[in-house]
Design a protein around this ligand. Structure first.
Ligand code: NDP
Length: 249
C-alpha cells in the first residue's frame, strides 16, 4: 500500500447505491482514496458529496462496465489522477430474471455483459499497474446464486458462477506478483436489487437463513474491507460467503 497518509487508492464499481455505496463509505472511513464507478453521474456526485467530511479524496468516473473501451479509458483517467490503483472491487451488477424458456437473448447477454464481462474488463486494465507495483488487492462480488442456482435466474447464476472461475484463475495468474484475488458471495442483502421480490419469496428465503435476519450492505462492506486490509495478505483464491449461513461448508 502507499506510504502517504492514505491506505491507497481503491476503485469500486457499482458505487452509486446499495452494497457498492456501503463499500465506498466503509473504505472512506478507513482512509482509502476512492475512484467510484457507475453509469449515473448525478447519483455518483451525491455519494461523493456525502463523503466530503471523510478527509479522503474521492472522485466519480461514470462508466458502463460492459463497455470495454470505456473501462480502458476510465482506468487511464484514474491512473492519470493518482498514478496507482491499489485495490479493485468489482461490485457492479444487475439481474434480469425470467424462466429459462422465456428468457430473451437480450436478458441473457445484458446480465453476462455487465456482471461477468464488466469484472473481466476492469481486471484486464487494472492488473498491469498492480503487476508493476508487485502488490494489489482484487475483490469480485459474486453471489450464493452462483453457487447453488435459482429458478428464474439462469443468466444471473451463470454470470456469478463465471465470476468465481474468473477469480480462481486470476488469483493463480497474479499470485506471483503479490496480488491477491478473492470473491465475496453475499446471500440476501436488503438493497434495491432485492426490494421488489414478492413477500412470499422473501419469507421463503428467510427460512433458509440460519442466522434469521436479512443481510445489510454494511455486512458485505465489512468483509470487503477485511480482504483489502494487511490482515488478509495471506488469503487468495477464496470465495467468502456473507450470507447468514445460507451456504455452508
Ligand atoms: P443495486 O441494484 O442496488 O446496485 C447496483 C449497482 O451497480 C449500482 O450502483 C449501479 O449503478 C451499478 N451498475 C449496474 N449496471 C452497471 C453498468 N453497466 N455499469 C456500471 N455500473 C453499473 O445492487 P446491489 O447493491 O444489491 O448489488 C451489488 C452487487 O452485489 C451486484 O453485483 C449484485 O449482483 C451482488 N449481490 C447482491 C445481493 C443482494 O441480495 N442485494 C446478493 C448477492 C450478490 P448505475 O445504475 O448508476 O450504473
Amino acid at each position: 500500500m502507499s506510504e502517504d497518509r492514505t491506505r491507497g487508492v481503491a476503485l469500486v464499481t457499482g458505487a452509486s447505491q446499495g452494497i457498492g455505496r456501503a463499500i465506498a463509505e466503509r473504505l472512506a472511513r478507513e482512509g482509502w482514496d476512492l475512484a467510484l464507478v457507475a453509469r449515473r453521474a448525478e447519483v455518483l456526485a451525491e455519494v461523493i458529496a456525502s463523503l466530503a467530511d471523510s478527509g479522503v479524496e474521492a472522485a466519480a468516473f461514470p462508466c458502463d462496465v460492459a463497455d470495454s473501451s470505456a473501462v480502458e479509458e476510465t482506468v487511464h483517467q484514474v491512473l492519470e489522477r493518482w498514478g496507482r490503483i491499489d485495490a479493485l472491487v468489482n461490485n457492479a451488477g444487475i439481474s434480469r430474471d425470467a424462466l429459462l424458456i422465456r428468457m430473451k437473448e437480450e436478458q441473457w447477454s445484458q446480465v453476462l455483459r455487465t456482471n461477468l464481462d464488466g469484472s473481466y474488463h476492469f481486471i484486464r486494465y487494472v492488473a498491469p499497474g498492480m503487476m508493476k507495483m508487485r502488490a494489489g488487492r482484487i475483490v469480485n462480488i459474486t453471489s450464493v446464486i452462483g453457487q447453488i442456482g435459482n429458478a428464474g435466474q439462469v443468466n444471473y447464476a451463470a454470470s456469478k458462477a463465471g465470476i468465481i472461475g474468473l477469480t480462481l484463475a486470476t488469483a493463480r495468474e497474479l499470485a506471483g506478483r503479490g496480488i491477491t484475488v478473492n470473491a465475496v458471495a453475499p446471500g440476501f442483502i436488503e438493497t434495491a436489487m432485492t426490494q421488489d421480490l414478492p413477500e412470499s419469496a422473501v419469507k421463503e428465503l428467510f427460512e433458509r437463513i440460519p442466522l434469521r435476519r436479512l443481510g445489510q450492505p454494511e455486512d458485505v462492506a465489512a468483509l470487503v474491507s477485511f480482504l483489502l486490509s494487511e490482515d488478509a495478505s495471506y488469503i487468495t483464491g477464496q470465495v467468502l460467503n456473507c450470507d447468514g449461513g445460507m451456504v455452508m461448508g
